[in-house]
Design a protein. Sequence first.
Length: 90
Amino acid sequence: MTLHLRQYYFGLRAVILGFTLILGSIAARAQQASVAPPPGGSKATTDADFIAAADEVLGQMSQITGLKLMTPLKKSLRSREKSALTSSSR
C-alpha cells in the first residue's frame, strides 16, 4: 500500500515539475520576444494582447492535461496599484 502511495506522490511531483518547466519556458520566450515595446502601444491593444495570451496559455494547458474547460475562464486586468490596494485591504 505504501509503495503505491509513494509512486503516486512521485508521479504527482513529476507532473507539477513538468508544468513548472513548461510555464517557465513560455515565460522565457515571451521575455525574449518582447525586447522593445511596441511603438505607440495603446492600453486597449495591450489589454487585448494580455487576454489573447491568457487564452492561448489556457488552450495549451488544456491540450497538455487532456482536460476540457467546463466554463469560460473569468478574466480581469488590474493595474499594479489597484492590485496592491485590493490585497492590502484583506
